[in-house]
Write a protein that binds this ligand. Sequence first.
Ligand SMILES: Cc1cc2nc3c(=O)[nH]c(=O)nc-3n(C[C@H](O)[C@H](O)[C@H](O)COP(=O)(O)O)c2cc1C
Length: 191
Amino acid sequence: MKDIIEFILSRQSQPRLSAPAPGDEVLREVFSCALRAPDHALLKPWRYLVVTGKGLQQLGEAFAAAAAHDNPALQESDLDKISSKALRAPMIIVGITCQQEHPKVPVIEQTLSTGAGMAYLLLALEARGFSGIWRTGDMAYHPVVHERLGLGPLESITGFLYVGTAAARKPVQPLPSLDDIVSVWPPRNSH
Ligand SMILES: Cc1cc2nc3c(=O)[nH]c(=O)nc-3n(C[C@H](O)[C@H](O)[C@H](O)COP(=O)(O)O)c2cc1C
């Protein structure tokens, strides 16, 4: 078994996904991992929707309705293309941040907590032989999509995780240079 560092270092998002998607047992496991996300004041400011089958078609229709709302001149073929975006994987997990009032926890921290949970989800899915990619785009922020998915007024979509089995694995990309990103503060040569 790979140790966790090796495992994380080899993780890649996989945009080409096909069936099978994870079943209930794996979902329970990976969502349990998501619930381990760091969470300031233990607000649990997240929830997740699991979308498969006909639900994906309905989500695609929500994407098309949102696009048509913004641009009524769109043609049927444009709308078909937009709705087909929800069919790029056999499962979509919608990560939702449920904003809560708290004197010490601004909403950015709540969104970050959802994001951490989603990153754990990606890792846990990979550990069980599945793959995914986190996508957002205009549709994640569109009120028509929110309404169709039943989001409340204080809820927002932090991301869509497209999930399934990698149909083709993207080559592992080189890591950015650590020296460009990590430094000691204050700089060692400062007085
Ligand atoms: C908040 C967020 C939103 C993203 N939205 C998109 C998106 O809409 N479309 C897309 O192709 N990639 C999106 N990405 C990037 C991919 O999830 C992925 O991280 C990127 O392609 C790099 O691949 P890697 O994870 O294998 O390094 C998003 C990532 C994050 C964190």
